[in-house]
Ligand binder design. Structure first.
Ligand code: FE
Length: 253
């Protein structure tokens, strides 16, 4: 499977990298690259199994452009495990929720590199990629307590991290939403925090002009209608603490 171009107007490109580790015990994970002219950003670059391939592919895509940012949506190993390598081999600044600043260095972040790891405040922020203001949106508890998504206003792509993740199907782009629900449901039911958070997220992103929602695992949603269906599905979805208290019983033989 080759790279997938989500957007390209000659100056601005959004690329979903080829899947470098299909199958196996590790969960499938997507790596996305945004390039605007002379600068680029990688989102959720992945762990050690894909590090060298993701790095060389990113360099190939960047060409003469510079990797400006590394974005970590949250602290999970499939996202941050290779952070030391990425910071060591590039000049990029890395961004992660302030909640995880003192935890992720346990993945083995060299002291000298740690000043290039920057905190994202709870309310989110804008990141200027060579003149384009990328919007770092709060998405806390979807699923991580300190969790962010990226909205690219040029390509109109919302990078949704674990929200919208799907597992086990063999396609890259959702064509039948109703059939696709089965691949998302189990994961979202247990990992996402609660319907109240899903609703808050839906209300926030309905204000954005979105052409594509691209999760960190599985297939992406393209087109206004498909995007709206996914957002509506989230707004009505019950999960996490809506159900979990009934598990609070002492296990017995
Ligand atoms: Fe995660």
């Amino acid at each position: 499977m080759a790279n997938t171009v989500l957007f390209d107007d000659g100056e601005h490109r959004n690329i979903l990298l080829e899947d470098f580790d299909p199958g196996g015990a590790a969960v499938q994970a997507n790596q996305h690259v945004i390039v605007h002219d002379a600068q680029g950003m990688i989102l959720d670059p992945g762990g050690h199994k894909v590090y060298s391939k993701a790095l060389s592919e990113t360099y190939a895509l960047l060409g003469d452009s510079q990797l400006r940012y590394i974005f970590f949506s949250h602290q999970d190993p499939d996202i941050v495990a290779a952070m030391n390598g990425w910071l060591m081999t590039t000049d990029a600044d890395a961004y992660i929720s302030r909640l995880w600043m003192r935890f992720v260095p346990h993945f083995g972040l060299d002291h000298l590199l740690s000043e290039r790891l920057k905190p994202i405040p709870d309310e989110g922020m804008l990141l200027n990629l060579n003149g384009v203001e990328l919007v770092i949106l709060p998405a806390h508890f979807l699923h991580s307590t300190g969790n962010f998504q990226v909205y690219d206003p040029v390509a109109k792509v919302l990078y949704s991290g674990d929200l919208g993740a799907s597992l086990g199907m063999d396609y890259l782009k959702v064509t039948d939403f109703d059939e696709h629900i089965a691949y998302m449901e189990v994961f979202h039911r247990r990992y996402m925090a609660a319907n109240v958070v899903m609703k808050a997220w839906a209300n926030m992103v309905r204000q954005l002009d979105i052409e594509i929602i691209a999760p960190q695992h599985g297939a992406y949603f393209q087109g206004r209608e498909m995007v709206a269906r996914f957002i509506d599905w989230c707004a009505d979805f019950h999960c996490g603490v809506d159900y979990i208290t009934e598990l609070y019983n002492i296990p017995s033989a």
